[in-house]
Design a protein around this ligand. Structure first.
Ligand SMILES: *Cc1c(COP(=O)(O)O)cnc(C)c1O
Length: 478
């Protein structure tokens, strides 16, 4: 495809204005600020601009184009209704400096969303400020840090994190000033309880857990883990980025967790990826309320909503204004339109779809932990090496079949990992087709492994040097 600059023809315009029928106004721009020459902008007809950007967009994969089973990322389909509501003028044209009495509807939405998230997580208080999951983690860990300092527990500086955890967990703990201690997984893929016991001591500040964990397995020992931590004056942090398997079924608050973050842009149906706006609210038990970032949205006895800045021990602000408001609108719309039963059903279908696909793929690929899974499962790609190919080759070949590869090489504890999360919004026909394509690619690996090694063969961009693309990114046109 040509660049838009290559399509440019000097003098071509995408607008036509009526002839000037008033005197041209002269603005006095200081000499040193005036350009010497016109900026180099592409000049095209409107239709060519529209086509250019639509063609570019069509080169990207998206949930609207095809299957997108990116494990841990919950690329579910996002109903258009959410977008329509977020685009209502009353929401779209709000200004964050407007007086509270003029934004009562927006405050009510935020207040109710806080209430919904409390109910869904089984927690007592919520802040909607954090802008993403990792940002929620950092906020939560700062809350824990402040709590420990305020309660003469400032010596507690160790945070225990399983070896299967998402990389943001250790990063957040370190940024909040803690030291990370790794706990091993056992051969079932769950936290090794004996190893955990040996690690807990008077310096243990908290454990950060993902449940179901990144292998898609529920930590059955969660109540034992919670007892162990609390007996040692340590807290439990819940990475709730993917609530997709347990929403409406199990509440982290009831399992003993003290702090929870949620990814509204995963579980609660906001389109994400490419660094778009996200939202990572955190929910805490009541003893941590006084440390939350301010403001939170409150309701007076009169029924009036307001921003509550009266949080004297607050860790401060973690984001400008009140969070990514449009993402909050989408999550609110999603929760209301699904209803209590709908959310439960989504969890059930996400789990059913994952297990269905896991069983189909297990006929010809190795499932790392064959136990019944929750919303995702992990394939161990070691056997691909027998054909001289890798998980990366397999993933690249999937692109040729019009589907996005799963998350690869994560979690780190599985060799040549492929982490598959089909989500609840895929039909049985799609899952059957996916299994058939995986089998076909495996057949290709056996007979013609070059096809995989050179893949993708059909896309405009072929195999990239991914390290180079990362380290020496060059998006400049000369
Ligand atoms: C996605 C994810 C995160 C981080 O969320 P971001 O919004 O990408 O910062 C944290 N933990 C888990 C398990 C995740 O899947």
């Amino acid at each position: 495809m040509k660049l838009i600059f290559e399509k440019s023809v000097s003098g071509r315009k995408s607008f036509s204005l009526p002839k000037l029928d008033v005197k041209e106004s002269q603005i006095d721009i200081p000499e040193h600020l005036v350009r010497n020459e016109a900026p180099n902008l592409p000049e095209l007809y409107e239709v060519d601009i529209v086509r250019h950007y639509n063609q570019l967009a069509s080169l990207n994969h998206s949930v609207d184009r095809g299957f997108y089973p990116l494990g841990s990322c919950t690329m579910k389909y996002n109903p258009f209704l959410n977008e329509e509501v977020a685009a209502l003028n009353g929401f779209k044209y709000l200004h964050p400096y407007q007086e509270e009495r003029t934004v009562q509807g927006a405050l009510e939405l935020m207040y109710e969303l806080q209430e919904f998230l409390k109910e869904i997580t089984g927690m007592d208080h919520v802040t909607l400020q954090p802008a993403a999951g990792a940002h929620g983690e950092l906020t939560g860990m700062l809350v824990i840090k402040k709590y420990l300092q305020e309660n003469n527990l400032g010596h507690k500086n160790e945070v225990i994190i399983p070896d299967s955890a998402h990389g943001t967990n250790p990063a957040s703990a370190v940024m909040a000033g803690f030291e990370v201690i790794k706990v091993n997984s056992n051969n079932e893929g769950r936290v090794d309880l004996d190893h955990l016991k040996s690690l807990v001591n008077e310096n243990t500040a908290a454990i950060m857990l993902t449940n179901p964990n990144t292998l898609g397995l529920f930590e059955k020992d969660i109540l034992k883990i919670s007892d162990l931590m609390h007996k040692n004056n340590a807290l439990l942090y819940y990475d709730g980025a993917n609530l997709n398997a347990i929403m409406g079924k199990v509440r982290p608050g009831d399992n003993g967790f003290d702090v929870v973050h949620l990814n509204l842009h995963k579980t609660f149906s906001t389109p994400h990826g490419m660094g778009g706006p996200g939202s990572g609210p955190i929910a805490v038990k009541s003893f941590l309320k006084e440390y939350l970032p301010k403001p939170v949205v409150g309701m007076k006895e009169s029924g009036e909503y307001y921003f509550d800045y009266d949080i004297p021990k607050s860790i401060g602000k973690v984001r400008s204004f009140y969070g990514n408001f449009s993402v909050l609108v989408k999550a609110y719309t999603y929760i209301l339109s699904m209803g209590k039963e709908g959310l439960k059903k989504a969890s059930e279908l996400a789990t059913l779809n994952a297990n269905y696909l896991k069983e189909k793929l297990s006929k010809f690929l190795d499932v790392a932990y064959p136990d019944v899974c929750k919303h995702e499962f992990v394939i161990k790609g070691t056997s691909l090496k027998d054909y001289g190919v890798s998980t990366l080759d397999f993933a690249k070949r999937l692109l040729d079949y019009g589907m996005h590869p799963p998350t690869v090489y994560f979690p780190l504890i599985v060799d040549e990992a492929m982490m598959i999360e089909p989500t609840e919004t895929e039909s049985k026909e799609t899952l059957d087709e996916v299994a058939a394509i995986y089998e076909k690619i495996l057949e290709e690996a056996r007979k013609d492994s070059d096809k995989l090694k050179k893949a993708p063969l059909t896309l405009p961009i072929k195999r990239l040097d991914e390290v180079k693309a990362n380290k020496e990114l060059n998006v400049k046109f000369d």
